[in-house]
Design a protein around this ligand. Structure first.
Ligand SMILES: [Zn+2]
Length: 93
C-alpha cells in the first residue's frame, strides 16, 4: 500500500496554530465507525473514521511537536556550547 497523502498539506497545517488540534477534536467517531463531520457523498454515508482530514491533522501535530523540540533545542544551544545565556549588553558601573 502506498502512502498517497499530501505531506505538503500537513506541513502547511502545522503552521496554523491550534487548527490541527481543533480538527482532531471535531472529526471523531460517530459511534458507527464513521466521521461525524465528513460526508462521503450526496447518496452515501459518512467517511470511515479516522477520515483523511483527521489523519493529516494528526501528522501536522507531529510536525508541530518536532518544530517545537527543534526550537527548544536552539533555546539551550548556549548551554551545549559552554557559554552563558545570551543577555542584552549592559553598561558597566
Ligand atoms: Zn472527518
Amino acid at each position: 500500500m502506498t502512502d498517497d497523502r499530501d505531506h505538503g498539506f500537513a506541513e502547511e497545517l502545522a503552521r496554523c496554530g491550534a487548527l490541527p488540534t481543533r480538527i482532531i477534536e471535531t472529526h471523531v467517531d460517530d459511534g458507527t465507525g464513521h466521521c461525524v463531520r465528513c460526508p462521503a457523498g450526496p447518496q452515501a454515508d459518512r467517511l470511515t473514521h479516522p477520515c483523511n482530514l483527521r489523519a493529516v491533522a494528526t501528522e501536522a501535530l507531529v510536525i508541530q511537536a518536532r518544530l517545537q523540540m527543534r526550537k527548544n533545542a536552539e533555546g539551550i544551544g548556549w548551554l551545549e556550547r559552554g557559554e552563558g545565556p545570551e543577555r542584552p549588553e549592559r553598561g558597566r558601573a
